[in-house]
Ligand binder design. Sequence first.
Ligand SMILES: Cc1cc2nc3c(=O)[nH]c(=O)nc-3n(C[C@H](O)[C@H](O)[C@H](O)COP(=O)(O)OP(=O)(O)OC[C@H]3O[C@@H](n4cnc5c(N)ncnc54)[C@H](O)[C@@H]3O)c2cc1C
Length: 421
Amino acid sequence: MAGDPGRTVIASADVVVVGSGAFGASVAYHLARRGARVAVLERSGLASQTSPRAAGLSSQVRATPALTRLAQRAVVKLAAFTDETGQPLRFTQSGALKIARTERDAEQLSREVARGDAAGVEIDFVSVAEARRRLPILGERGILAVTWSPTDCNVEPSELPIGYCRAAEKLGAVLLPHTPATGFDIGRRSVEGVRTPRGTIGTRAVVDAAGAWARLVAGGLGAALPVVPTRHQLLITEPIPGVGPEFPIARVIDANVYVRHERGGLMLGGYEPDPVQLDAATLPPSFDVAELPLDIEVLWRLARSVSEQFPIFQDPTIRVAEHRGGLPTLTMDDRYLAGPLLGVAGAWVMSGCCVGGLSVSPALGEAMAEWILDGAPALDLSEISTARFAGYLPDEIELRERCRRAYATHYRTGGDVSTAS
Ligand SMILES: Cc1cc2nc3c(=O)[nH]c(=O)nc-3n(C[C@H](O)[C@H](O)[C@H](O)COP(=O)(O)OP(=O)(O)OC[C@H]3O[C@@H](n4cnc5c(N)ncnc54)[C@H](O)[C@@H]3O)c2cc1C
């Protein structure tokens, strides 16, 4: 693979992508597929930070028709990933159950079914008995309503960004691991180059896909980015008899908890009310997401909050095989943040993944490549565009509080048009 640390970087590229996670790798691949000369800068190992630690879940019925179309397109591309790129990807179309325990959430599910019908995403209410037939570990108490979406899927998260990196490289992209973007040359009219410890790459276009560091990179380009890196964790149990890959994904709306099958055991993750928020500027330059301090008690609290629906997590013999976490970036309205970095011609951003960036990255990378090369994406990205925050930047305390709230109510704000602001 390219990127021998001893080599000097290339002299120029049509587009320099900063970051090789799900966002950066996907846009690099889609740009290279269109014939652009692309360089990917990665401060660490390729695709090694938050992306490989994801749960890998997709959910297609989103808060608005445009966001639903983006998520639908992503699932089509995930299903066809290996055919399209020649790279492996474990893809499981397990379907998903969504569980309402309150009247309010049952009403949200009604709106989601209506939106799914309008968008052509299969989704309908099922009885608790039918939900339990599909997911035998589901308890029968405390459930007011459940929907079933058969086309929702999950993928092996570590394979997706590295697959896009390798496919991009085959198309001529230059991958530069262990090579941070350290600064930018900005001329009178636009971006002119990206500085690295191994020289400057001349370019007229930069994509900030730096994950938890996106705000720092945007700052280097002279733009403010209202996102907050936020710790998110999951656990995977040792194999449990009777648990298999045919188990659908299950989400409990008010508890903000998800469960799915993984390696013969169960994966549980969720969104606590008061997550750890970080400022990447305070992290040492060598920081690796693998060093992020984790707290498994957060996950046991979430598990206890769904003990009626998932009594299996209260079994004292249950053993944790893996506990992992990463640093997704949150926005104030729980929506992605993508498009031109305002005020800096030639600078673009893909950030604000809101813990849903891995699964949407195939469609978002494709759309961003169109935006950069054609001047507009084929899909409507206006609801997630940087333009929505133009001229509005709250102070740090308010930004953090609004991002915390978005995180803590993710299955309401992310899934429901009536509460998304
Ligand atoms: C536990 C967990 C569960 C999740 N579950 C899901 C899920 O079910 N579905 C889903 O869709 N999403 C999920 N996510 C979210 C998903 O992981 C993110 O949305 C996605 O990984 C974001 O990708 P990224 O490219 O923005 O970030 P990253 O993967 O972190 O990539 C950013 C890269 O930029 C590099 N970088 C930073 N600064 C520089 C610089 N100056 N120069 C060069 N490189 C730089 C970093 O080193 C890093 O490799 C989950 C996340 C976690 C932690």
